[in-house]
Every structure is written in C-alpha cells, then in structure tokens.
Design a binder for this molecule. Structure first.
Ligand code: HEM
Length: 475
C-alpha cells in the first residue's frame, strides 16, 4: 500500500492478472512483505484478533438470520428453536453471543494499547479516529443485537436507551419516535433493529479496511514510540508476525471456546431468558458488561440531558485525543507520570463498569450506623429515652418495629432516624467520571507540557536512535 512494490509474479497467470487487476500485488505488499517494526509485542496481536472476531460475528450472524424470526410474536421462540432444534444451532448461537463479549474484550485491549504507546499521535490521528468510529458502530450493533432475542432485558434495554434521546431539546422526541418506529418499543422497533443489526457489521468491515489502509501509510507504531529509522529496524510481516498473530489467536480461541462450551450464558443477564413483557419491569435494567462503564457515567449525572451528554462526551473526547495530549514523547514507557495516570485510568474504567452493574443507592462506604431514638413511659410513670442502632436502614426499621412491639402502649414517640456517613454507588460514579474526563482534558494536556521524559536505555539510544548523545541528554 505504501512504498515501492516488491511483488514479483510467480507464474504466467499471475503476470497476466497483475497487468489487469494487481490484487495479488496489493495482498503481497500489504500483508506479506509489509515492513513491520521488529519490536512489536503481544499487545500488537489484537488487531489481527479483532479482524478474526469480526469475521466470526458476520459468518455466525448470517447463519442465525436464516432461522431468526424478526417479529415480537416469533423472535423469542425462534432463538429457542435455534438453540434446541436447528442442527448445531446451539453452537452457532453460543459463538455469536459469546463472540460479542470477546470482540469487546479484544477491542478494549487494542484501544488501551494504542493509548499507552501513544499510537493516536501524529501521523496516526486518522487511524485512531477511524478506530473510534469502528468502536461507535460496534456499540450500536451490539445494542441492537441484544434487542433481537426479545427477552425482558432486550425490551427494557431498548425502552430505556431510546428514551434517553427524548432528553435532547426540540428534536429529541421526533428522534425517539423515528428510532422506535412508533410511540413504544414494538414490532416496528424490532424490525428496524434487525435490519440495522445486519447492516452495521458490513459498515464496520468497510471502516476496518480504511483503518488498515491508514495504518499502512505511516506503518506501525511500536512499544518504544520511536519511528523506525532504517530497513534494519523492520522485518517482513510474513512469516514473523503472521506466526506471532496466529499463536495469539490460538490462545484467544481457547478462552473463547471455554466460554462457548462451558459457560455460554455466564456473560449475559438471566432476565433475558424470560420473554419480553411490557407490563412487568425487571427489578434492575442493566446493559451487557461491556457497556456498563458508559451506563455508570450516564447515571452519575442527576440531570437526564446532562447524563446523555456526559455519556456521549466520554466517547466524543476520544476523537480529539490526538490534539489533547501535548507530549512530544509518544510511548508512555518513557513518561513516568503519564504512566501512573494511565494505570489509574484503567482502574477507573473497571470501577465504572462495576458501578454500572450496581443499584445507584447502594452504599460502597459507610462510617457509623443508623441511629433512632425514642421516648417511652416507664412502669413508675416517668418519661425515659432509648436508642437503637443498625448497619442498614432496613435492619434499623426491623429493630424499631420490634422495640415498639416490646414497649407497647408505653411508647410515646419515635424520633426521626439519623443516617451514617455514606458514599453511594452514584457518588462513586461521579468521582470516577470526573477522573475519566480529567485524564483526557487536564492530565494529558498538562503532563505533556511539564513532564520530564524518562531515560532512554543506551541500547535503544545507540541502536535505534543511532545517537549516543540522546542517551546522555535524556539521562
Ligand atoms: C473491528 C475493530 C478493529 C479492527 C479489526 C482493527 C484492526 C487493526 C489492525 C489489524 C491493526 C494493526 C495490528 C495492531 O496494531 O494490532 C490495528 C492498529 C491500530 N488500531 Fe485498530 N482495529 C479495530 C478497532 C480499533 C479501535 C476501536 C481503535 C481505537 C479507538 C483502534 C486503533 C488502532 C490504532 C491506534 C492502531 C495502530 C497501533 C500502532 O501501530 O501502535 N482500532 N487495528
């Protein structure tokens, strides 16, 4: 794709084809001879793993669509039929549903790798932005796919998420109406979600082609973040990275298979095995694990529109990341402070994911106990006071009732209870959301200006930078 071609047709047919459609030349230059930095580690195998996961989702999805019935009366039963009656339907269905989780696991590792090694920096901004577009398309595809089995979580998830759009002033309600195809989540919704769920993966495929094209113009970044200086710093993609990618893919497939064969439903919510019922709201409505951090950000803001803006903003900020990070040093390997910021960022994303799966009012930290005081009349006729305490409000209420029953008619009054100091899930989510945005909007811009880069080891300074003085300067 870039640089002079090294393709030499091996037969008369290949020569004939090359003069008419140089597709073999394209494949050879892009995937066999492509000069690749010699120091790529295993984090660099996830691009290949993602390509594999995308193909698996498309192939299994097409087979599922042959048996799936996109109507509210037939959808749930058709998925059950696929799992029980269609030959190997259980396998195809399990691969597709577990595959969605594996796809997201791989994409998160891939994105964090890019973040750590500064792969979003010049000249790879477009490559990164195309990645963010792919990620948005993946989220939309996964959300619509989750609606298709028409279980309780499908129905209520679709209802909650489409309802978010009504928070947008003026155009919000028309957008919601347009998304649902009516005033409520119904047959029209299921039909259009099925149609779009079929379409979007092909759009993802198209953007992936652009993504790889944009990768092949500047070439790969590498864990050092130092540009390759000569052909001696590179090796041909084949066989060096085809073999490395194949090995990593085999390990990935083992993990994938472990879920498919031993715990296919463990990653989903059990409520989605109950057919959708518009008259019964589930006790909790939660998205799949890979969308939980964004759900936590949405709920962290008490205002509906604010929550929607924060949620979309948390992905929107990734689009401008290449211009937010002011550091001249690409890889965080040589950025001691940014590296800690990154480690904390990963922890914050995991914690946000945990928060997204909890009830917002749940206490994550509590100092002290709930206390309630009361007054009662003693046997001698005097007025006395008593107090009860408990760790939870429910326990306090239970004890208060027991106390009231014990003292009986002599009870005069129960005072209002005093709550202990608590940090609830929603407050923790607010703190984590603050760090999430702070990392991109404050930490990276400021650290880039003030941070002193770490020392480049002599081996790199001499062998890669070809400049011994650099090692001394950066010491
Ligand atoms: C279907 C999803 C995706 C596929 C198939 C895919 C594919 C690839 C491939 C094959 C590579 C080269 C090998 C490697 O570096 O791992 C790559 C590199 C890259 N991808 Fe992706 N990608 C996807 C999603 C994303 C997303 C969501 C982002 C970021 C938001 C992203 C950002 C990058 C960056 C920055 C690089 C260059 C890494 C470097 O050279 O250091 N990709 N991608």
């Amino acid at each position: 794709m870039s640089g002079p071609s090294t393709y030499v047709p091996g037969s008369a047919f290949e020569r004939w084809l090359d003069q008419r459609l140089p597709i073999m030349r394209l494949a050879h230059d892009s995937f066999l001879a492509f000069p690749t930095p010699r120091n790529l580690n295993y984090w660099y195998t996830f691009g290949g793993i993602l390509s594999f996961a995308l193909v698996v989702q498309i192939v299994t999805g097409i087979v599922l669509a042959m048996h799936y019935v996109p109507s509210i009366s037939g959808a749930f039963a058709s998925v059950q039929r696929i799992e029980r009656d269609v030959p190997f339907g259980w396998l195809v269905q399990n691969i597709h549903s577990v595959g969605a989780s594996m796809f997201f696991l791989a994409v998160y590792i891939h994105m964090l790798r890019g973040l750590y090694y500064g792969s979003y920096k010049a000249p790879r901004e477009i490559l990164w932005i195309l990645g963010v577009v792919i990620y948005l398309l993946m989220m939309a595809t996964a959300f619509m796919g989750y609606v298709l089995p028409w279980g309780q979580m499908s129905f209520w998830g679709a209802t909650v998420i489409t309802n978010l759009f009504s928070a947008i002033p003026v155009v919000g309600d028309p957008i919601k109406l347009w998304l649902l195809g009516g005033f409520a989540t119904d047959n029209a919704t299921l039909n259009r979600f099925f149609s779009l769920h079929y379409l979007l993966p092909f759009m993802i495929f198209g953007v992936v082609v652009l993504h790889i094209w944009a990768l092949h113009v500047p070439g790969n970044n590498n864990p050092l973040g130092v540009d390759v200086k000569s052909p001696a710093d590179t090796v041909p993609f084949h066989p060096y990275y085809t073999v490395k990618d194949a090995f990593a893919m085999a390990v990935f497939v083992l993990l994938f298979a472990a879920f498919v064969f031993y715990a296919p439903d463990s990653l989903g919510h059990p409520d989605n095995l109950i057919p959708a019922n518009p008259l019964v709201t589930p006790a909790e409505i939660v998205p799949e694990w890979y969308l939980l951090p964004f759900y936590a950000i949405l709920r962290a803001i008490p205002d509906k529109l604010g929550g929607v803006l924060a949620m979309f903003g948390s992905i929107g900020v990734l689009f401008i990341l290449p211009w937010l990070d002011t550091s001249k040093v690409r890889s965080m390997r040589f950025r001691p402070l940014a590296r800690w910021g990154f480690v904390l960022f990963v922890g914050v994303c995991l914690a946000l994911g945990w928060c997204g799966g909890q009830l917002p009012d749940k206490a994550v930290y509590q100092s002290g106990r709930y206390v309630q005081t009361f007054e009662y009349r003693t046997a001698a006729g005097a007025i006395a006071t008593g107090a009860i305490s408990a760790r939870t409000s429910a326990e306090l209420e239970r004890r208060a009732h027991a106390e009231e029953a014990r003292i009986g008619a002599a009870m005069i009054t129960m005072h209002a209870s005093v709550a202990p100091f608590q940090i609830k899930v929603v407050q923790l989510s607010q703190m984590l959301t603050l760090y999430y945005f702070g990392f991109f909007l404050l930490l990276l811009p400021i650290l880039g200006l003030i941070e002193r880069p770490g020392r480049v080891p002599d081996t790199i300074a001499k062998a890669v930078l070809k400049d011994a003085a650099t090692a001394e300067r950066s010491a």
